[in-house]
Design a protein around this ligand. Structure first.
Ligand SMILES: [Zn+2]
Length: 446
């Protein structure tokens, strides 16, 4: 590249020869994206693997060949780091293609992780376990520590990634771009300061906190992750602690829609506790939301909120909701017209009554198809889909997106924007949407 005296001194033919030599060493693949290079039809670059500024040498052994495109768009000047990030981006893209929020789960799946259940017992205050599926016959022991105030029991253990799973009920958040910074940080051999948290659930070790740090380590080739493992924890408490960390303590930037998802889980948890307290079977829903709220006297307000937010969550993420793919959730593209916050303040707030919970049994008239929550959900999903069909599907163009529009109109230059796209963008702005939703409400009432 520009700053290489070695490369500048080469003649055209010598440069070509070096390109070919590196190409053969790299098994005909690009150093960054690891896809095939065709020297006849693709433009390539030779670049320092470790940049000169960080002590890389200007000599043949420190050169790699890349697609020119990959080199120009690389995410780090060190090609090894650039390669790790490119690999992670591929995993993220695959998850998005499957309409899933990319998370530790996908990174584990593509790195040979998340395979085996955890076999353990507790004896004399010690956690006893083995990882024998890996051919490791050692019987391991870790001390169990008891948290004095909460009485939670935890052990610190180093887990092979084959035994590690992502906890998507306690931590439904996806990955964001901070993971790239962590990859760069750990690559410099800076240590991880806060340890990740996991719990044992369904016979598996599930990581619920420290997802980004763990992903960064796995991408750098780490095969064992040190975690603080909660043994049979009080899930409610863990979730609330985790939620409070986000909401009250502002340690984590929780997205609203994520809070709704967590409340969905908390609601399910309350239902189970109610059933257990009344010796009801797990599929017995003969009690009402109102009874549920009464049962948990000390936290009436919370339980009410969980019920309403659970309904909001179900409507938002239902497969049949065609508006869903136009909602901008945390960590997704900014090219979408409707922010989750606007969606909630307008459609959900108008059509899901947040003040009242129902007196009818939760399973009331389910079989006849007349369950009030189900009807509410289905009608709202129908309305969402109708709105998507009217204004967005085939009309909103996400290659144009929303953010450049005001600019190109103001400057009068740029591409000509189709009217339908423009209408879609303007219609889903919060102040505009608030008004036309009021009309729909009127219409429905009449
Ligand atoms: Zn490439």
């Amino acid at each position: 590249m520009g700053n290489s005296k070695f490369l500048e001194a080469l003649t055209g033919d010598e440069y070509k020869e070096l390109s070919k030599k590196l190409w053969i060493i790299q098994n005909h693949r690009c150093f960054i994206c690891e896809e095939k290079i065709d020297l006849d039809v693709q433009t390539t670059n030779i670049d320092h693997i470790h940049p000169l500024v960080t002590g890389g040498k200007d000599e043949e052994s420190n050169f790699g060949i890349t697609h020119e495109h990959c080199n120009k768009s690389k995410k780090d000047s060190d090609l090894i780091v650039a390669r790790k990030i490119a690999k992670l981006e591929k995993i993220i893209k695959e998850a998005e293609n499957m309409k899933e929020a990319p998370s530790l789960k996908h990174v584990l799946d593509s790195n040979g992780g998340a395979k085996y259940n955890f076999k353990y017992k507790i004896e004399d205050g010690k956690l006893i376990y083995s990882f024998d599926e890996l051919g490791d016959t050692t019987i391991r022991k870790s001390e169990i520590f008891v948290d004095e105030l909460s009485k939670e029991q935890t052990a610190y253990i180093s887990i092979p990634i084959e035994y590690l799973f992502h906890d998507d009920s306690l931590n439904p958040r996806g990955l964001n771009s901070s993971v790239n910074l962590l990859i760069k940080e750990f690559y410099k051999s800076n240590p991880q300061l806060q340890i990740a948290l996991a719990r044992i659930n369904d016979g598996k070790i599930k990581l619920f906190d420290g997802q980004h740090k763990t992903v960064a380590q796995i991408m750098l080739g780490v095969k064992r992750i040190v975690v603080r493992l909660f043994i049979n924890p009080d899930i409610d408490r863990l979730m609330e602690t985790n939620l409070n960390a986000g909401k009250k303590l502002r340690q984590i930037a929780f997205d609203k829609s994520i809070v709704r998802q967590l409340h969905d889980t908390l609601y399910a948890e309350r239902i189970r506790r109610y059933q257990m307290d009344h010796s009801l079977a797990e599929d017995d829903y003969s009690f009402s939301e109102q009874q549920l709220v009464e049962h948990f006297k000390g936290e009436r307000g919370n339980v009410k909120t969980y019920i309403i937010n659970s309904q909001k969550n179900v409507v938002t993420h239902d497969q049949g909701n065609k508006l869903q793919s136009y909602i901008n959730f945390e960590g997704r593209g900014f090219s979408l017209p409707l922010s989750y916050s606007t969606f909630e303040k307008t459609l959900l707030a108008t059509f899901i009554n947040a003040k009242t919970v129902l007196n009818t049994p939760i399973n009331y008239k389910v079989e006849e198809g007349l369950n009030p929550r189900t009807l509410e959900k289905e009608q709202l999903i129908q309305l969402c889909s109708l709105i998507a069909e009217t204004f967005l599907i085939g009309k909103y163009d996400d290659s144009i997106g929303t953010n450049k529009i005001e600019n190109s109109i103001a400057t009068g230059k740029g591409y000509s924007i189709p009217d339908e796209h423009l209408i879609a963008c303007r219609f889903f702005k919060e102040e505009v949407m608030y008004n036309w939703i009021k009309y729909i409400e009127l219409l429905i009432k009449n």
